[in-house]
Design a protein around this ligand. Structure first.
Ligand code: BGC
Length: 829
């Protein structure tokens, strides 16, 4: 097989593709912003003097931290965006003052962290992962001139730590509350801009009349904000997560357990809980204003095979251009199974509508969306009764627009039960009866079992025969194929630092130990492609400096930092440098806020183009766990509390990447990776109905629609077993029920490296991965290979293996390598 040449850029000068990508992101970014409140202040009437305050004004957050942090050449801060739009910033004194406050705060925080890291004997960089210095208190004079003030409130979070329901994180600090309220009183026009990746509690500043959720939009963040503030563009995003007081989320009662977390709220996640209880959130799921207003009228519901279709006409009745998102919810009757008040079954966004213009959209959903998982039957069932369809522009603002009458129970699919849990019964939250509104829609459509073809899943057995494809390989070679490229050392820093060889800063590769066999390169996401910016190549090995962000580096002393810098910039006096500057796209949460699958596709397309350019085969993204609770530290990477949005966004972004021959994604983290606390050793406990309807549904949609090339299992355990060791999850559900054809791979170091075991649970087993059909263990350690070989020979190994089981995983990997490298090679020539 031909070895792929990695294309290399030899100049640090900005490339044409960078400019194009940043421009494309800037154009789409306003669609991701959510206008939460507007008292007429936005768009601003003129571009003149502006008083700019807040921790995000100059220290804007473009995306969160950890492996999802993209190393961009530069990104526009809010201050820069406003300056280049022509504003005159009159509050430089405050901004300079805040620079000093935040610098000394971070320094003190990381110095203390370093002492803790040394005491614990953990490498400083790993200890710093996900740690964010808490926002300090300060009292800086609010000096600024003009009629207009903008306050940018920023929050950052990242991998390895959950958020805190405390001032400086979900809550505002006393300094922030004081300053926001003062500015709101003092200035004629005041805008609160939220530069956040998730919830903040705005209750103490509820008197503010204009609030824009800018989010974290990647490279052009500040420029895109300027476009929206000035009316050059307009916001058209909607929340994809319910914003409420943290105590009101049912999941808050059981979040972040060290050893075990019980998902007692079952299916009642996000709006499914709030709407069922009739509890008013601060900002509802699906809500978001526009600079104009719309009228939404639906026509008659139609039935076509196993699909329902509802035409809806949206008219722009305001006086500015804009786009609206129409949402279709289904209320199912309660029967044997309790049902949420409603769940989203379809949504569509209009094109840009000029004042007075209208557009008819057809929203459609399949009968499968009407079914609930019944554990007793091990089947998806549509219970008898009346199903109401509600059309609206947020979950609390809907009208009944259709009815479906189901006379007798219908089974859409028969499966088998998986991932057993016998710990608790799910809580019920439904207090609002589903018939409480008068239904003004036309006669109901009927659905009977004759209209629906029941699918019956057949579950394949373990392989007994070895295919010809792998028969010439030794056991050791098969095992190496199923473990990522690694050195002969089990040293953690060695493993992390040496995970990829062909592309500097990439997170890993497949093995290079089989002669003539090309390796696949994996690089992180999901907010763009995470690579090193500057690197050298020696003996075919590309290496650059650390790809960690500046803040985390503060855990090192100034001397250590200087040494690291000179080591990476000198690179042993290398003669030639190469450059990789990638664009950061909006974080997952912001992409979902666009409610526009085409926008997600375009993000994937941008990343796919950069993968081609830099020689990356597999993007470790999209991250698509459900936003179960606002405290999860990685929620910003994820899309939504709703599985339909999560699945659709992930599918679209996957298709955008896969449009590029030989490039694919690893959707992650499968599944129930909903907290960062003790992430390697925490056990998510939940019943199968919630598992299938909420936590697996998005993955199912993505797999069925887009057939991603890879899927990454999660760190956590699921009902007592690591997900990568769960055969029922990987073989029965993923492959047999959904028809996944790709490679299942682990998340990094789940088989060790972070300690032999947690307080209660052990590490995952590399042999267990093979047994379960998790083909590839990443990033790969010698101990993984040893474990697999031992399981082949030792019948008493807890995951004793046959050669056929190992060969099946190896064969899938070989086929995927051949397919991707062949397509990439053909495209390149
Ligand atoms: C993260 C993954 C990431 C991997 C490789 C892990 O710590 O959980 O999301 O893709 O590292 O960097």
């Amino acid at each position: 097989m031909k070895k792929m040449e990695i294309p290399r850029i030899r100049t640090p000068e900005p490339q044409a593709f960078e400019r194009t990508h940043i421009e494309r992101i800037r154009t789409m970014a306003p669609e991701c912003m959510v206008l939460l409140k507007n008292n007429g202040t936005l768009p601003l009437k003129d571009i003149g003097k502006i008083a700019l305050f807040g921790n995000g004004a100059r220290h804007t957050v473009k995306g969160g931290g950890g492996s999802g942090d993209v190393n961009v050449r530069h990104f526009s801060t809010v201050e820069e965006g406003l300056l280049s739009a022509g504003f005159i910033i009159t509050s430089t004194e405050w901004l300079d003052g805040y620079d000093r406050v935040t610098a000394s705060n971070k320094e003190a925080f990381f110095a203390a962290l370093r002492c803790e890291a040394d005491a614990a004997g953990v490498p400083p960089m790993l200890f710093a992962l996900g740690k964010i210095a808490p926002e300090p208190e300060y009292d800086l004079p609010l000096v600024g001139d003009g009629d207009t003030a903008v306050y940018v409130l920023a929050r950052n979070s990242g991998e390895g730590a959950d958020r805190l329901a405390a001032p400086g994180d979900i809550e505002l600090t006393a300094s922030e509350i004081r300053d926001i309220l003062t500015l709101n009183e003092k200035y004629k026009h005041f805008v609160l801009v939220l530069n956040v990746g998730g919830l903040v509690n705005l209750e103490p500043v509820s008197s503010v009349g204009t609030v824009l959720l800018m989010g974290q939009l990647g490279t052009p963040t500040g420029d895109a904000l300027a476009d929206v503030l000035t009316g050059k563009s307009y916001p058209s995003g909607k929340l994809a997560m319910t914003w409420a007081s943290i105590a009101d989320y049912a999941s808050s009662a059981n979040f972040g357990g060290i050893n075990d977390t019980e998902y007692r709220e079952g299916i009642y996640v996000g709006y499914r809980q709030f709407d069922s209880e009739g509890k008013k959130p601060t900002f509802a799921f699906g809500s978001g204003l526009s600079y104009t207003s719309f009228e939404v009228k639906s026509a008659e519901l139609m039935h076509d095979n196993e699909q329902f279709l509802l035409p809806v006409t949206v008219k722009n009745i305001g006086d500015r251009r804009g786009r609206e998102v129409v949402q279709l919810y289904l209320s199912a009757p309660e029967g044997r199974l309790d049902k949420p008040y409603q769940s989203l079954v379809a949504y569509k966004k209009t094109r840009e509508l000029a004042a007075g213009e209208n557009q008819t959209l057809t929203l459609s959903f399949s009968v499968d969306s009407m079914a609930s998982y019944d554990e007793k039957e091990a089947a998806w069932v549509i219970e008898a009764g009346t199903y109401f369809l509600r059309v609206g522009t947020d979950s609390r603002n809907t009208v009944i627009s259709g009815k479906i009458e189901v006379s007798g129970e219908i089974i859409t699919e028969r499966d088998k039960n998986v991932c057993a849990c016998d710990v608790f019964r799910d809580e019920k939250y439904r207090t609002i009866p589903y018939t409480h509104e008068k239904s003004s829609c036309a006669a109901a459509l009927t659905l009977t079992s004759a209209d629906v073809q029941t699918r019956i899943t057949s579950y394949s057995q373990a392989p007994t025969e070895i295919s010809d494809f792998t028969s010439f390989l030794s056991d050791e070679e098969l095992a190496q194929l199923c473990v990522g490229r690694h050195t002969d050392s089990d040293d953690l820093m060695e493993i992390i630092g040496n995970a990829a060889k062909a592309v500097a800063g990439a997170a890993g590769e497949t093995t290079e130990r089989l002669p003539g066999q090309p390796a696949l390169v994996f690089a992180d996401g999901p907010a763009g492609l995470r690579l090193c910016q500057k690197y050298t190549v020696r003996d075919g090995v590309a290496s650059g400096g650390s790809s960690a962000n500046d803040d985390a580096l503060l855990i090192y002393t100034p001397e250590e930092r200087a040494q690291m810098k000179s080591a990476s910039s000198d690179a042993d006096g290398a003669e030639e440098y190469f450059y990789q500057y990638c664009a950061a796209v909006p974080i997952g949460t912001c992409i979902a806020q666009s409610w526009n699958d085409e926008l997600a596709f375009e993000c994937g397309d941008i990343v796919g183009a950069e993968m081609e350019r830099f020689g990356v085969h597999v993007w470790l993204a999209p991250a698509m766990n459900i936003q179960r609770n606002p405290l999860c530290g990685r929620n910003f990477e994820y899309y939504s509390e709703d599985p339909l949005i999560s699945g659709n966004m992930a599918a679209a972004i996957t298709m955008g990447v896969q449009k590029h021959p030989g490039r694919t994604v690893a959707v992650k983290h499968f599944a129930c990776n909903n907290q960062e606390t003790n992430r390697f050793f925490t056990n998510s406990i939940l019943n199968e109905r919630a598992l299938r309807e909420i936590y697996l549904k998005g993955f199912e949609i993505c797999v069925k629609k887009a057939q991603p090339g890879f899927l990454m299992t999660s760190y956590n355990l699921l009902n007592g077993v690591h997900t990568c060791n769960r055969r029922d999850l990987l073989k029965d559900v993923l492959r047999n029920e959904w028809g996944f054809k790709g490679i299942a791979m682990t998340d990094w170091l789940v088989t060790g490296g972070m300690g032999e075991c947690g307080e209660k649970w052990p590490c995952a087993s590399a042999a267990g991965n093979i047994k379960a059909g998790n083909d590839l263990t990443m990033p790969g350690m010698p101990s993984d290979v040893i474990d697999i070989l031992d399981a082949l020979e030792n019948p008493y190994h807890p995951y004793a293996l046959t050669r056929a089981e190992l060969a099946l995983c190896a064969e899938r990997i070989l086929c995927q390598i051949a397919s991707l490298t062949e397509k990439a090679g053909r495209h390149a020539t």
